[in-house]
Design a protein around this ligand. Structure first.
Ligand SMILES: *[C@@H]1O[C@H](CO)[C@@H](O)[C@H](O)[C@H]1NC(C)=O
Ligand SMILES: *[C@@H]1O[C@H](CO)[C@@H](O)[C@H](O)[C@H]1NC(C)=O
Ligand SMILES: *[C@@H]1O[C@H](CO)[C@@H](O)[C@H](O)[C@H]1NC(C)=O
Ligand SMILES: *[C@@H]1O[C@H](CO)[C@@H](O)[C@H](O)[C@H]1NC(C)=O
Ligand SMILES: *[C@@H]1O[C@H](CO)[C@@H](O)[C@H](O)[C@H]1NC(C)=O
Ligand SMILES: *[C@@H]1O[C@H](CO)[C@@H](O)[C@H](O)[C@H]1NC(C)=O
Ligand SMILES: *[C@@H]1O[C@H](CO)[C@@H](O)[C@H](O)[C@H]1NC(C)=O
Ligand SMILES: *[C@@H]1O[C@H](CO)[C@@H](O)[C@H](O)[C@H]1NC(C)=O
Ligand SMILES: *[C@@H]1O[C@H](CO)[C@@H](O)[C@H](O)[C@H]1NC(C)=O
Ligand SMILES: *[C@@H]1O[C@H](CO)[C@@H](O)[C@H](O)[C@H]1NC(C)=O
Length: 655
């Protein structure tokens, strides 16, 4: 007997070792969430992650998946569970007469200090984490399923620039050629050196709590996911798609493009094969083939090639959409949550889309579901909140439940949902909460979301970025359109918005507010004027319009800038700009990393006059894609939204 003991002990000990490794791993991941000092966490992450990868057996099969996901709470939040607390950002987006175009947050004054608010957990990225750079923290560990080695966020740029300010100046200003632009033009958001210059202005308790409690949320929801029996819920590789990003990571625009390409190539990871094949499936396959082999046509007078990733592909895809796309719109569902479009305010996009597609003579709609390529779920995320959210309850469980009940209802009544697990179903939702409300039960569906945040589970190639538009007068959505010509824009850059709206604006204002620099008109609140004149005037006479994120990544300013012929400067890390599938954003907009705010002026000044004029001209040309028409017109916003949904479905189809 005795001689056997040593061997036995060895076994026991190596087991213990495994446990230890696993435990360390779990601890590290947790630490990352609670923001250990950068150096430590990056040290940890770089050294430990690789070694712990094996021990957690990250395999593809779902059994292991549940196991390992317990160990990796660093997964992006699924949606708030049981006791999820929420910030109430409601309060009157409609009829809002503020100068600011933000989400109306705290009209009641109550929402400002929710010590335990965890609503937009994902975006509640601790501001102090700006400098938190994890060189190797690309945590591939996190996503247990369908890991693509290379899908890791770009974050850790290989060559950390030595000095902060200057290095980036050129990189940020897009170059002239659109093809080059893709590779080099984005602000190197993710370079590896900490932006020492950024003060932790707003390391607010709110965020800290939010982040910490998120870990809890994640754990809970992960378990729920794994334990759930529903096939729709269990297969959720998509959500993890972006999870290889480190917590504090930033996905640059060029990396987003890469991710999109990768997801397209491996399209059948996104949508499973349908349970049975229908004629519309085959039509989509055919369309895909035709789009991929689109004839080269870069001279279409209506489509200015530099605006698009590939104008020939867009043109062909759009043509085919017009020719064949059929959408089935569910009639089920009671007003006001369903079938009640709101056409005014900052959430108007979802309303306009619903209104237009439900209008009687929409040529894309079919009453015969067997002919449908896509199924539209006509709910309003805004009305969901207005109708069901219990003031101060800090819970949107019932909102999620409502949506789930709806899905359950239609999936019993009709065979369509089950056939694809919802992959040919889509929704358009503009409310801040929509990503979390739809994340779980619409995991396979195409979601057109205003709040298109890489960190809130936006899936490239499946989801699409819905433009947020601030419609002041639904009868005249185009009033006041346009602005001065490039040479008549004396102000270099303009921004106005609620100063306490999210962590970023205090930083922006501290650097550039209060007339610190006469060229940059960066305001908190603008003085109220009749008809919003001040605001419009600045938009129309500034070279650049700063679109700084608020609480969420999206802002109506992006479309506003385009509307007033002003070149958008987007300062919102991880924001996926609208129609990202087809538009080459860097040809007509600037993306400035949040951490580059101190260099904002330098960056703007580094753009040559020639380049500026070129971008401004392109803004005017891309404008038609961002307009609502009471009666939809070719290439307008309605068609573009539908096209992006169509495009994503076409490239996911596999039979
Ligand atoms: C670690 O992973 C590699 C490849 O992923 C595999 O070959 C090796 O067997 C694994 N080791 C253990 C201990 O699982
Ligand atoms: C949720 O909160 C309620 C009261 O706030 C508490 O009684 C309950 O235990 C909590 N549930 C969980 C799962 O934390
Ligand atoms: C806001 O809070 C106050 C107390 O602080 C409360 O009386 C009031 O009802 C709250 N308002 C809303 C809209 O919840
Ligand atoms: C929020 O947290 C505070 C303390 O941080 C606590 O007193 C309060 O009850 C919490 N509110 C909710 C709704 O959990
Ligand atoms: C991933 O990277 C490996 C080497 O790092 C390379 O061989 C492979 O082709 C890459 N895959 C993709 C999809 O880029
Ligand atoms: C950066 O841009 C400026 C102006 O566009 C130019 O003069 C300078 O040569 C550029 N620097 C580098 C390193 O390209
Ligand atoms: C763009 O990047 C590539 C390598 O990534 C480099 O070869 C090229 O010179 C860069 N172009 C510019 C304009 O910096
Ligand atoms: C949130 O943070 C505040 C200040 O740091 C603290 O007093 C409070 O207890 C925290 N609440 C939770 C729920 O962690
Ligand atoms: C656009 O796509 C077509 C069809 O796939 C391809 O032939 C063409 O080379 C692409 N053009 C560019 C500029 O990439
Ligand atoms: C779809 O699936 C659900 C759950 O798996 C089931 O309850 C429902 O009956 C199915 N619907 C149809 C039409 O078979």
């Amino acid at each position: 007997m005795r001689p056997e003991f040593p061997g036995l002990w060895k076994v026991v000990e190596s087991r213990r070792l495994l446990w230890l490794v696993g435990l360390t791993f779990a601890l590290i991941v947790t630490f990352q969430y609670i923001e250990l000092p950068n150096t430590i966490s990056s040290l940890f992450s770089s050294t430990k992650f690789p070694s712990s990868r094996n021990s957690t057996s990250l395999t593809r099969d779902s059994q292991h998946q549940s196991h390992s996901s317990n160990l990796s709470p660093a997964m992006p939040p699924s949606f708030p569970q049981k006791n999820a607390t929420l910030v109430d950002d409601s309060g009157g987006g409609d009829g809002d007469e503020e100068v600011e175009v933000d989400k109306i947050f705290d009209t009641s004054g109550n929402a400002t200090a929710p010590a335990n608010a965890t609503s937009h957990v994902a975006s509640a990225e601790p501001p102090a984490a700006l400098p938190l750079v994890k060189v190797e923290a690309t945590a591939p560990t996190v996503s247990p399923s369908h890991v693509k080695e290379n899908a890791t966020a770009p974050v850790a740029s290989a060559n950390p620039p030595a000095a902060l300010p200057l290095v980036k100046v050129n990189a940020t200003a897009p170059t002239v050629s659109p093809s080059e632009v893709k590779e080099n033009a984005t602000a190197p958001a993710a370079s590896a050196e900490p932006p020492a210059a950024l003060p932790a202005l707003n390391r607010s308790p709110v965020k800290e709590n939010a982040t910490t409690s998120q870990v809890e949320e994640d754990k809970k929801s992960t378990k729920t996911d794994a334990g759930s029996v529903s096939p729709v819920v269990r297969f959720v590789p998509d959500v993890k798609e972006n999870s290889k990003m480190p917590d504090s990571g930033v996905m640059s625009i060029s990396e987003m493009s890469k991710q999109l390409r990768r997801n397209r190539i491996s399209h059948n990871r996104l949508a499973k094969k349908p349970k049975w094949v229908t004629k519309p499936d085959l039509e989509l396959l055919q369309a895909k083939h035709e789009i991929e082999n689109a004839p080269i046509d870069e001279k279409d007078p209506l489509l200015y090639a530099p605006l698009y990733r590939n104008v020939s592909i867009f043109k062909r895809s759009y043509e085919l959409m017009e020719k064949m796309l059929k959408v089935y719109v569910y009639k089920e569902g009671d007003k006001p949550i369903m079938h009640s479009p709101i056409l005014r305010g900052i959430y108007a996009s979802e309303g306009w889309f619903m209104k237009l597609i439900e209008s009687n003579n929409n040529k894309f709609v079919t009453k015969d579901a067997s002919k449908a390529h896509l199924f539209y779920l006509p709910f309003s995320s805004r009305m969901l909140e207005v109708t069901l959210y219990v003031q101060d309850s800090h819970s949107h469980r019932n909102l999620i439940q409502y949506l789930k009940d709806y899905i359950d209802f239609i999936s019993v009544k009709y065979p369509f949902w089950n056939r694809t697990s919802g992959a040919d179903h889509f929704l358009a939702a503009c409310h801040d909460w929509a990503p979390s409300e739809t994340r779980k039960h619409f995991a396979k569906s195409i979601r057109a979301l205003c709040n298109s945040d890489v960190k809130e589970g936006f899936v490239f190639g499946k989801d699409t970025s819905l433009p947020e538009t601030f419609v002041r007068d639904p009868k005249k959505p185009l009033s006041n359109i346009g602005g001065k010509s490039a040479s008549q824009r004396p102000t270099l850059a303009f921004f106005a918005g609620k100063p306490d709206h999210g962590y970023l604006r205090p930083i922006l204002l501290s650097y550039w507010g209060n007339d610190k620099d006469p060229d940059l008109k960066i305001f908190g609140k603008l003085p109220r004027t009749k008809g919003n004149k001040n605001y419009l005037q600045f938009m129309k006479t500034s070279k650049y319009c700063i679109c700084a994120k608020g609480f969420e990544v999206n802002s109506p300013r992006v479309v506003e800038a385009i509307f007033y012929d002003c070149v958008p400067v987007i300062i919102s890390d991880n924001f996926v700009p609208p129609f990202f599938e087809v538009l080459n954003w860097e040809s007509f907009a600037l993306f400035v990393a949040e951490r580059d705010i101190p260099n904002l002026k330098k960056i703007l000044m580094s753009v040559s006059e020639r380049r500026y004029r070129q971008m401004q001209m392109r803004v005017k040309r891309v404008q038609k894609h961002f307009l609502w028409h009471v009666k939809p017109e070719k290439y307008d916003m309605f068609h573009m939204i539908l096209h992006s949904v169509w495009f994503n479905r076409v490239f996911q189809i596999s039979v």
